[in-house]
Design a protein around this ligand. Structure first.
Ligand code: GDR
Length: 328
């Protein structure tokens, strides 16, 4: 039986990945902060159905010794490093802690594997935010990085650290350059979930307005459950490589609103208000990924179409309000 260790297991991607690996017969371990273990009902809610099948270890990505001890104790065959501060606007508000946590966290994980479990294969959750103000469309593995936020800068550092551990110490370490991926488990601060939750609340008469920032921003939005299959596939290859994971379609925030509100018979224009304070100091205007390498080498392709993704998120948020579904 293969053993996997996941950092960020409590998040959207961590929970889908844990389910996927359990289904494949893995023994799944997670590194979680001590507070999450103390306050399990809230912080472990995405893991509730699979909790009895997981082995969780208390540790912090801000503490090299705790990362080292967990890696040493678990001796994983595969480590998926997903844990980070992932909300781009917050990285402008507190750039120092975002850079510190995200860069050091990745460095601690790589060093722990090098010292305590060098046979272990590593996946690093890299991001399309590294392309930022990209000078080609679509973006592929060879596109130049031009990050536009402290978050994106930290991901570039993590990407290069991962590559360097691969080249310098022969670790099997890969980065997945993941474009935006969403689901009913997405945090409410991200634009997709913010829109679907508000569309549902407005439909049920619980709210009137949805405040948003830049409606013209365009993103390549896929379904998170599809993306965790690519993470796993990268670690099953004969040689480690970095891969873009994306749908190859781009849509604007405005278009997302149109579909989400339209699905519940509302006109988004009656409810969306733009607020200058929700615009970012430096915006990433258009992202669209070319996942040809992932398609050809990993046999990966996304299954969920865009419209279905939006509608399923709205339906889920309606069901939450109506008390028909537990929080995902
Ligand atoms: P992003 O996701 O920054 O692309 O990073 P987010 O959903 O936050 O923003 C997408 C786009 O929507 C615009 N926008 C708003 N965004 C938020 N959050 N709230 C608003 O009110 C709003 N109005 C407009 C933004 O300006 C932006 O252009 C996500 C994260 O998951 C990262 O961790 C990950 O690496 C990348 O996707 C790939």
């Amino acid at each position: 039986m293969k053993r996997a260790l996941i950092t960020g297991i409590t998040g959207q991607d961590g929970s889908y990945l844990a389910e996927y690996l359990l289904d494949l017969g893995y023994e799944v371990h997670g590194l979680v902060r001590h507070v999450a273990l103390q306050d399990g009902r809230d912080r472990l809610q995405r893991l509730t159905p699979i909790l009895p099948r997981l082995r969780l270890h208390s540790g912090s990505l801000e503490n090299a010794a705790s990362v080292f001890h967990v890696v040493q104790r678990v001796q994983p065959d595969e480590l998926y490093h997903l844990g980070a501060q992932t909300f781009v606007p917050y990285s402008f508000e507190d750039a120092f802690s975002t850079l510190q946590t995200n860069i050091n966290g990745t460095h601690f994980v790589l060093e722990a594997v090098k010292q305590a479990a060098p046979h272990c294969r590593i996946y690093f959750a890299s991001s399309s935010e590294m392309f930022g103000n990209a000078d080609e469309q679509p973006q592929r593995e060879t596109t130049r990085f031009h990050p536009r936020s402290p978050y994106g800068i930290a991901k570039v550092a993590g990407f290069h650290l991962t590559r360097n551990y691969r080249e310098a110490y022969q670790l099997f370490a890969c980065s997945g350059i993941m474009f935006n991926h969403e689901s009913p488990r997405r945090g409410f601060e991200f634009v997709t979930r913010k829109i679907t939750q508000h569309a549902a609340r407005i439909k049920r008469g619980l709210a009137k307005e949805l405040p948003l920032g830049n409606l013209d921003a365009q993103r390549d939005w896929g379904f998170a459950r599809d993306y965790v299959r690519a993470m796993h596939a990268m670690l099953q290859q004969s040689t480690p490589q970095d891969y873009v994971v994306a749908t190859g379609e781009t849509h604007s925030v405005r278009e997302f609103c149109e579909l989400a509100f339209g699905h519940v018979g509302l006109n988004w224009k009656d409810h969306v208000v733009t607020k200058p304070e929700l615009h970012r100091p430096a915006e990433v205007f258009t992202l669209i990924g070319d996942a040809t390498r992932a398609r050809q080498e990993l046999g990966w392709s996304p299954l969920m179409p865009f419209r279905e993704l939006v509608e399923s998120m709205v339906d889920h948020d309606l069901a939450l309000i109506d008390g028909l579904k537990p929080t995902p």
